[in-house]
Each structure stands twice: as structure tokens, then as C-alpha cells.
Design a protein around this ligand. Structure first.
Ligand code: PLP
Length: 403
């Protein structure tokens, strides 16, 4: 069928997480009694909080009544949720306008679908390593991709360089998979660069709620000038456990980007009928009345992350993340997939091979804080014993990687 989009042939054969799950399933089939702990997933594990569930039940009840039943909602989201999002920003000192906000069914929607409003010949700058959907969405669209390298030298936080330019610039902070997070000062440089080169930044803030340290950015709009060059994408997936509920938002400020804002409205109205009313009421509760509960629930992941990083420090390991992020990214000195197999076999722990996230990441591993405190504690106990043994045998059974 020659009419199919030939760019699909350029996509990597196997999605990273599908490959990880196939390897785990095979291991489980071979060793059905093993007690496997997953530190591999980037998915919420804490249940939805009480006020969100109440909002869900209340909204479902409304839908059962003649008086309050609702059909299609506004393409860009109900004003009650858009206002809750505006207020959420305001609480961290960031001013956005209600018309800047578009409710979506999650950040992935923004990451991929935003490309509809740009020309087919745009060039795109993507950090490496990063969340794989940026590359895949742009490969599907046939865009020219240039990479900016994150590495141990720059703490996995690449900065702009005059040598590499593009029409669109993706930034993910706090970053998946490395957990590294830009400071507001570092983002100033990116905003200046975007303004100087007439580029648009697509800023993915899906993990902003994990930012703990004061100087770490929670939004690109903390930087003056960002309203003129940056689109921000965010999500309740990791903030409030909405990975299975599906709700996020895209911010495209008026002003310099008004025509981009209007084109996105048009795109959404043509290709989407928005996000469900019940889900939007749940999202409103997560950001308003239920926010204290949400913060408490997030605290579970944060303390898991601390448990992991405290142990990694004690073991003298090289790692990033875990402080402003649920992700911890560590170096092993051996092939990432070989380490994955060895960790699964010896400690029954699932991790994600870093080589799946970027070109120069062999040797690195991502683990996550998404698990219960008890399972995380058990994993860390096993990991400590595993790592001590691994360090002893590494030179004799693994081929070393060049640093
Ligand atoms: N952006 C990043 C950096 C992610 O890691 C993820 C999911 O893991 C997403 C976006 C997608 O989030 P959502 O569930 O809101 O679609």
C-alpha cells in the first residue's frame, strides 16, 4: 500500500517499554516463583485522593439528572478547570491568562498533536536523552531533527549553542529519564536563545510538581520573555495519579504567540471534542480542594526517591535526579541491557536500560520512585547487596565501556 506514511518505516522497531515488558514476561514464565519488584515504570502507583473521587461521584450524579446533564463541552476545556489551572500557576507566582489555557487528555496529546500547526518543513531541536515520544512524533511528521547532547559533563542539562539552531526546541524539565532539572537562570538562556533565533520552545513540565529546590523552575513562564516564545505542556498524570484518568493542559500565551494560540484552538476544534466533564471536575478537585491530599500523596514518591538516592550516595554511585524528580539515572560502566538482565536475574528488580532513551546513554540506567514505600525499601535492600557483588565481578564478567 504505497499511500501509507513512509515515515513510520523510520521509527524504531520496538518501543522501549514494550521491550522491557517482554523481557520481564519471559523471565516470569521461566521463573514463576520469583518475587519481582518493578522500579522500571514511569506510571503512578498511588491511588486517586478522596476529594478527586468525590468530585468524580458528584459529577457522575449530575450527569444522571435532567437539570445538570451535559453533552459536548468547550473544545478548550470548561472555564472552571481553566480557572483552576490559572490559579495553580498564580500560587507559584506565575501569571497566565484563562485564554492561554487549553485542557487536553494529557501531555502526550500536546507533545505530538501540536506538530499539526507547524509547517511540514520545520526543524526541531531535541535533547538527548529524553522522553522518546518527542523524537517519534517528529519522525512520523517527517521533520528534520537536530540533537543537543545531555551528558555527565553538563549534568544532563544541555545549554543552547550558536552552532545548533531549529524552529522548534523541546525542553523537558525535570527531565525524563535523567531526573535533571533546569534552574530558572538556566532557562533564561534558553528563552533568550529562542527569542534571538525566532524559535518556539515546547516546554514539557509534566514533572514540575516534583521540583523541590527553590531555584529549580516549575514553569518556563517564570522567565521574562517566555510568553513571547514558549508553549508549556503539563499534566495531572504524575501530579495527581491521572495516568489512567487522562487530563492535562497546554498553555499558549496571547501576545506574540496569539496566532499560534488561535491555530491550536482551530486544530483542537477540528480533531478533538475535548476532555470529559467528569474528568475535568476531577482535575479541578486535584488542583483546588484536593490539592493538600495530592501533595501528601506525591510525598510518598518523594520519600521513595530519597530512600534510593541516600543509598546510592552511601554506595558511592554516580547518578542524577531523585531530588526534583521521581527518576534516578545512574551509571553502571557496562552495557545497559546486560545490566538490566543481570539485575533482574540476581536481585529480581526491573529497571529501564538508559540506552533506550538516547544515542549516547549506553551504560546508564533509569529507575523510578513509583512504587509503595515497602516495596521500594525491599528493592533498596536487595539492590545494596546486588551492587556490592556487581562491583566485585564487573571487571571479570562484563566488557567495560569507555567513559
Ligand atoms: N511528558 C513526559 C516527559 C513524560 O514522561 C510523560 C509520561 O511518562 C508524558 C509527557 C505523558 O504524560 P501524559 O500521561 O499526561 O500523557
Amino acid at each position: 500500500m504505497k499511500k501509507l506514511n513512509k515515515n513510520f518505516n523510520l521509527l524504531a522497531d520496538d518501543y522501549l517499554f514494550a521491550k522491557v515488558s517482554a523481557a520481564v514476561e519471559k523471565y516470569k514464565a521461566d521463573f514463576p516463583q520469583s518475587d519481582i519488584i518493578s522500579l522500571g515504570v514511569g506510571d503512578a502507583t498511588q491511588p486517586l485522593v478522596g476529594k478527586v473521587i468525590k468530585a468524580c461521584n458528584d459529577a457522575a450524579f449530575e450527569m444522571s439528572t435532567d437539570k445538570f446533564f451535559r453533552g459536548y463541552g468547550p473544545y478548550d476545556g470548561y472555564p472552571f478547570l481553566k480557572q483552576a489551572i490559572v490559579d495553580y500557576y498564580k500560587r507559584r507566582g506565575v501569571v497566565i491568562d484563562i485564554d492561554d489555557v487549553f485542557v487536553t487528555d494529557g501531555a502526550k496529546n500536546g507533545v505530538g498533536n501540536l506538530l499539526d500547526i507547524f509547517d511540514s518543513d520545520v526543524s526541531v531541536m531535541i535533547p538527548d536523552p529524553v522522553y522518546p515520544a518527542y523524537v517519534d512524533a517528529n519522525v512520523m511528521a517527517g521533520h528534520k531533527i537536530v540533537y543537543v547532547e545531555g551528558n555527565r559533563g553538563n549534568g544532563f542539562l544541555p545549554m543552547p549553542s550558536k552552532k545548533i539552531k531549529a524552529d522548534l526546541i523541546y525542553i523537558c524539565s525535570p527531565n525524563n529519564p535523567t531526573g535533571a532539572a533546569y534552574t530558572v537562570d538556566q532557562l533564561k538562556e534558553w528563552v533568550k536563545f529562542a527569542l534571538d533565533t525566532d524559535a518556539i520552545i515546547i516546554y514539557d513540565a509534566a514533572y514540575e510538581a516534583f521540583a523541590e529546590e527553590k531555584n529549580i523552575a516549575r514553569s518556563i513562564y517564570q522567565v521574562n520573555g517566555a510568553r513571547d516564545c514558549a508553549i508549556e505542556i503539563c499534566s495531572l498524570s504524575k501530579i495527581a495519579g491521572f495516568t489512567g484518568v487522562r487530563c492535562g493542559w497546554t498553555v499558549i500565551p496571547g501576545g506574540n504567540l496569539t496566532n499560534v494560540n488561535r491555530m491550536w484552538y482551530k486544530r483542537q476544534s477540528i480533531k478533538s471534542n475535548g476532555t470529559g466533564y467528569i474528568v475535568q471536575r476531577m482535575a479541578e478537585a486535584a488542583l483546588k480542594g484536593g490539592y493538600d491530599e495530592v501533595v501528601k500523596s506525591l510525598g510518598v514518591y518523594k520519600s521513595n526517591a530519597k530512600l534510593i538516592t541516600d543509598k546510592f550516595k552511601k554506595l558511592g554511585m554516580e547518578f542524577t535526579g531523585g531530588v526534583n524528580s521521581p527518576y534516578i539515572w545512574f551509571y553502571t560502566g557496562v552495557d545497559s541491557w546486560e545490566f538490566f538482565d543481570y539485575l533482574l536475574k540476581k536481585a529480581k528488580i526491573v529497571c529501564t536500560p538508559g540506552s533506550g532513551f538516547g544515542k549516547n546513554c549506553n551504560g546508564w540506567i533509569r529507575i523510578t520512585a513509583f512504587n509503595t514505600p515497602a516495596r521500594t525499601a525491599e528493592a533498596i535492600k536487595r539492590f545494596e547487596m546486588f551492587w556490592k557483588d556487581f562491583i566485585e565481578v564487573r571487571g571479570s564478567i562484563f566488557k567495560p565501556l569507555k567513559k
